[in-house]
Design a binder for this molecule. Structure first.
Ligand SMILES: *Cc1c(COP(=O)(O)O)cnc(C)c1O
Length: 585
């Protein structure tokens, strides 16, 4: 028996609760410890109830109500979507790991609110430690990187926008100050990306007191008045910053332009190539366009693991373009990587090397550590319970926000309470504990979590190969390099419109069928024209529709690596697809 392949079976309860015996003991142990902690900490304190009081009708009635209520809840939960089983390949969730569940549960009972150190002596320390573990996995220097756990990837993306805006606001304030007070007008685009070093030099050269900049700040004063003053100072209409985000973006980016008051027109989509990845040549053109229009670039975003198809943008090439812009022109442009889904693929780069990633994807993931900020969701590929995302920045300087101070001047060595620098106020430490225990026990490398993820990618490929061999009408979306697999159903030479109708109908049959959960995604011609052309061309079809309907399977469940599981479930899916397709769905 292959030793390596057995270790993972300890990390999950198992679809048939195979690990029930010892896991029950461990969860009881958590409760046991919780009871003992209470009893032992202040043993001389008064007890608030004794046996006779616990026999009164009021007490007994209250207890019965809770027991009945809990029974009702657990019965209701039997109707919940069963995400633990390998039959669930719907969205980016699956069986959770035991360390994550145990860490989450243990912390839940102690319930620290991670807003401040006095509310959370242990939770806040665990958070610092887990951020360092994630930072190291992502390729940052863990002694420099910082960040915090968020409610999810959406909030983590907002945290990055907030920080990038804070930084650029300093540079814009100084420009407005110099223009209004000293009659010195810098080039608008160059100034908006001047970098902290140039900022410091200009402050010194013109003897500008930092505190005076407050009255020249967009965020600290009034954005409309700021716009008018900028228009006047620079002799061209000031229309605010733009965000350069690939068309394969998650909804959270449109929400961000909206919430941060940039307006949705500030969202400049970067076109995609035929594989659905950011087209870096198009990115260069858009940077040029922003320069011509005098629009500050708030940030450039690349996506590592798109929500729809799991594709990884060439993060390394994006970083290369920004590095070159800095070298050649001195432009310091913020690079954020939205690795909400794919961030944990970096665990495949740590430890014994894995060959499952393509060279280009390994290079893209390997460059994440050069970005200013990264979003990663432990509650997706980290196999941790909701709700747990994280924002990580390269260093303290990139983390700075909210108070009008120059982070390059004052390096706070003491870690401050987080509440003043997080978008969310109160934050649970349960997600931090769950991720921490995962890192401590499984580890974020190929010997641990990375090995589990690696096998899910292999399982996805095995599934694709067998289905592709047996069902010629299943058209896989290329390249599907991770564990997300999308396909449409089409006859050779058929029309896209007919194919979309069939795929949709077959998807509806999946929805009705209790045996499997899959999801559906629809790519629009606006964002994915090249992808759609390529896909339809591959089966010699005709593009007569403006969208491509795909059935989407996320192979996150670790048990698909078991041959017996995979053979049986793949066989069932093949029979269903054959029957539904054959009957015209
Ligand atoms: C899931 C996802 C998000 C949003 O994360 P939530 O945790 O759902 O808020 C953002 N970006 C990408 C690429 C995602 O896959």
């Amino acid at each position: 028996m292959d030793q390596k392949s057995q270790a993972y079976k300890a990390y999950f309860l198992g679809p048939m609760a195979e690990n029930e015996a010892w896991v029950r003991g461990e969860f009881q142990g958590i409760l046991e410890h919780w009871f003992q902690w209470r009893k032992q900490l202040f043993p001389g304190d008064a007890r608030v109830s004794e046996k006779p009081e616990r026999r009164t009708p009021a007490y007994l009635e209250a207890r019965e109500r809770m027991i009945a209520g809990l029974e009702e809840l657990t019965e209701l939960l039997e109707g919940e979507v069963p995400k633990f089983t390998p039959r669930y390949i719907g969205h980016m969730v699956s069986e959770l790991t035991l360390p994550a569940l145990m860490g989450h549960f243990a912390m839940l009972l102690h319930n620290p609110n991670n807003t401040s150190r006095d509310a959370s002596r242990i939770g806040s320390v665990i958070e610092v430690e887990v951020i360092a573990m994630l930072a190291e996995m992502l390729g940052f220097d863990p002694s420099q990187a910082t960040g915090h756990i968020t409610g999810g990837g959406t909030v983590a993306n907002f945290e990055a926008v907030w920080r990038a805006r804070f930084r650029q606001d300093h540079w814009l304030s100084l420009m407005l100050y110099l223009a209004e007070k000293r009659n010195i007008t810098l080039d608008l685009f160059e100034g908006a990306h001047m970098g902290w070093q140039r900022f410091g030099e200009l402050l010194a050269e013109h003897e500008v007191p930092l505190d005076d900049l407050r009255e020249f700040s967009c965020v600290a004063t009034n954005p409309y008045e700021f716009g008018e003053r900028m228009t006047k100072a620079f002799g061209q209409p000031y229309r605010g910053p733009v965000m350069l985000v690939p068309e394969n973006k998650h909804f959270s980016w449109t929400k961000a332009t909206n919430i941060f008051g940039y307006g949705e027109h500030a969202f400049w989509p970067v076109p995609l190539d035929g594989q659905g990845k950011m087209d870096v040549a198009a990115l260069e053109l858009l940077i040029e366009q922003a320069k011509i229009e005098g629009r500050p670039i708030s940030m450039v975003v690349s996506v590592a693991g798109t929500t729809e198809t799991g594709e990884i943008d060439p993060v390394d090439q994006v970083q290369g373009i920004l590095n070159a812009a800095k070298r050649r022109h001195g432009w310091d442009i913020w690079h954020h990587v939205d690795a909400a889904y794919g961030g944990f693929l970096c665990s495949l780069l740590r430890g014994k090397p894995s060959s499952v990633l393509s060279v280009s994807n390994a290079a893209a993931l390997g460059a994440i550590g050069e970005a200013h900020s990264v979003t990663i969701d432990p509650h997706k590929l980290g196999y941790v319970p909701y709700s747990c995302g994280a924002i990580i920045t390269r260093n303290e300087q990139a983390y700075a926000v909210s108070s009008f101070k120059a982070p390059y001047l004052e390096r706070q060595l003491e870690v401050p309470d987080k509440w003043s620098t997080t978008l969310e106020g109160s934050r649970s430490a349960a997600g931090a504990a769950a991720t921490w225990l995962t890192g401590k026990t499984m580890g974020f490398d190929t010997a641990g979590l990375g090995g589990v993820i690696e096998e899910t990618i292999v399982a996805c490929r095995v599934f694709k190969k067998r289905v592709g061999a047996e069902l010629p009408f299943v058209r896989f979306l290329n390249p599907s390099e991770t564990n997300i697999l999308c396909y449409s159903l089409a006859e050779t030479g058929g029309s896209l419109k007919a194919s979309n109708a069939t795929t949709e109908a077959v998807f509806d049959r999946f929805v009705e069928c209790p045996d499997f959960s899959v999801s559906k995604t629809t790519l629009s011609n606006k964002a994915h024209r090249k992808v759609i052309d390529r896909h339809v061309k591959a089966f010699g079809g005709v593009v007569d529709d403006d969208r491509l309907v795909l059935i989407r399977c996320v192979f996150m469940n670790p048990f698909w690596r078991e041959t017996e599981v995979a053979d049986r479930l793949t066989g069932d899916i093949i029979r269903y697809l054959e029957a539904w397709y054959g009957s015209g769905a």
